[in-house]
Design a binder for this molecule. Structure first.
Ligand code: 5GP
Ligand code: MG
Length: 177
């Protein structure tokens, strides 16, 4: 995999340190609140971030996964995210924290937020590991790193479903895209 990465942006140790400090920021917000916390990770990109984040969170929490397909089929125009939800518990009255790998245009987060708002949660916030400059900055309540506008892979982020297991976050060589 290393040969296919043009440049490493964030090394695993750097990511781990930031995930720990993000968990502390998140715990500060939720610890004083009444009502349970449910993390809603957006599959598949958020899985590694989620796994690391929850083990740094000293809070009682539940997880309800969400899958978003941006290109559901040839008949639907691309860019219309479709949200598939598997709610392990009811979100009504719970504090919801949406967890995603990266915030680019924000369409994915907006779409998931709108879908979850219909479940009458007590609150909805968002945590993303990475944020690109295109995004409406206000869409993410907790942000790991602001990065440049390049296509990145690793630490859960894929290209054609590959590279999710690359332990660092790097820019994929342009000729592979
Ligand atoms: P948005 O809806 O904010 O434009 O895009 C968010 C989604 O697009 C992310 O959840 C991620 O799946 C995908 N995405 C955006 N930028 C990148 C990138 O640089 N690398 C990878 N692997 N996925 C990206
Ligand atoms: Mg994604």
């Amino acid at each position: 995999m290393e040969a296919e990465i043009e440049r490493v942006l964030l090394r695993r140790e750097q990511i781990a340190a930031r995930v720990r400090s993000m968990a502390a920021e998140i715990a500060d917000v939720y610890a004083p609140l009444d009502g349970g916390l449910t993390l809603v990770p957006i599959l598949s990109g958020a899985i590694i971030f989620l796994a690391d984040l929850i083990r740094e969170l000293p809070l009682k929490l539940k997880i309800a996964v969400v899958q978003v397909s941006t290109y559901p089929g040839a008949s639907t125009k691309p860019g219309d995210p479709r949200v598939l939800i598997e709610l392990n518990g009811h979100l009504r009255g719970r504090h919801v924290l949406i967890v995603d790998d990266i915030l680019d245009t924000g369409r994915t987060l907006q779409c998931v937020q709108a879908r979850l708002a219909a479940e009458s949660p007590a609150s909805i916030r968002t945590a993303v590991l990475l944020r690109k400059p295109n995004a409406d900055a206000a869409l993410a309540d907790f942000v790991g790193f602001d990065i440049e506008d390049r296509f990145v892979v690793g630490y859960g982020l894929d290209y054609d479903d590959h590279y999710r297991n690359y332990p660092h976050i790097g820019v994929l060589r342009g000729e592979l895209l």
